[in-house]
Design a protein around this ligand. Structure first.
Ligand SMILES: [Zn+2]
Length: 246
């Protein structure tokens, strides 16, 4: 079940990156971010918009494997479609494709979000469209490539689970683990390999001066991060570990 929250862009900033408050809200437009970088999740995209995206671009929602985050109320006419009609009549949903996320879960969460928006705004499923519908852009790319077909996605929308509003206070706080330093990259890389193969985690090497550390992908709760930390100690992968709030 996807949890949703708002991190709304200020009116001042919204005025710079939208055409104003007259969105006709006729369509729900599906996009993918095309950003496969580790960490390029819904929270990162929401923060980008919140902090003042320097690109002349905006979108209402970003959704990843963990959550959906709303940046703009639906009445804003965001700049996401590449055409006037798409911008003035669409509610835009960006699906994250970050490599440390899970695409299928992100898609499932997107389908729940779309079902909720359809209900809230009284939009029929025939008006759930791809970005491509307006501008011809190859977006959403993975869906258009057939990784999960468009008709399968629409079926997921039809069968979607309800969404859950995030309780305040726990707003999408996620945790990563950072290890102590390794004197050479090879040592850190071998730890990354073990984490991937044995534990199924995403992890990567980060340079720290002339030393190296290993940083994991995110864990959904502090308790998850603590149990992961314990696994690292038991497997003797690193002597020192830190839990970071992502
Ligand atoms: Zn797009």
């Amino acid at each position: 079940m996807v949890t949703i929250r708002q991190k709304l862009v200020s009116t001042l900033q919204a005025a710079k990156v939208t055409s104003g408050k007259n969105n006709a809200k006729k369509y729900i437009v599906i996009h993918e971010t095309d950003n496969t970088n580790a960490g390029a999740d819904a929270d990162a995209h929401a923060r980008l918009q919140f902090n003042g995206n320097i690109r002349a671009a905006s979108w209402h929602w970003q959704v990843d494997a963990n959550e959906a985050v709303q940046s703009f109320e639906h009445y804003w006419a965001c700049w996401a479609a590449g055409t006037l009609v798409g911008n003035d009549q669409g509610i835009h949903v960006e699906i994250c494709v970050n490599s440390d996320g899970n695409y299928n879960s992100a898609l499932k969460n997107a389908s729940s979000l779309v079902a909720k928006i359809m209900k809230d705004e009284n939009i029929p499923i025939r008006n759930v469209v791809q970005h491509n519908y307006f501008s011809g852009k190859n977006c959403p790319r993975n869906i258009r490539n057939g990784r999960v077909s468009w008709s399968q996605f629409l079926q997921m929308v039809a069968n979607a689970e309800p969404v859950q509003r995030r309780k305040t206070g726990t707003a999408s706080r996620k945790y990563r683990i950072l290890t102590g330093t390794f004197s050479n990259r090879k040592g850190a890389e071998s730890v990354v390999e073990v984490m991937k193969i044995r534990f199924g985690w995403i992890a990567y090497v980060v340079q720290d001066g002339d030393k190296f550390r290993v940083k994991t992908g995110t864990f959904a709760s502090e308790a998850d991060a603590q149990s992961a930390e314990n696994k690292i100690k038991v497997a003797k992968l690193a002597q020192v570990t830190y839990i970071l709030v992502a």
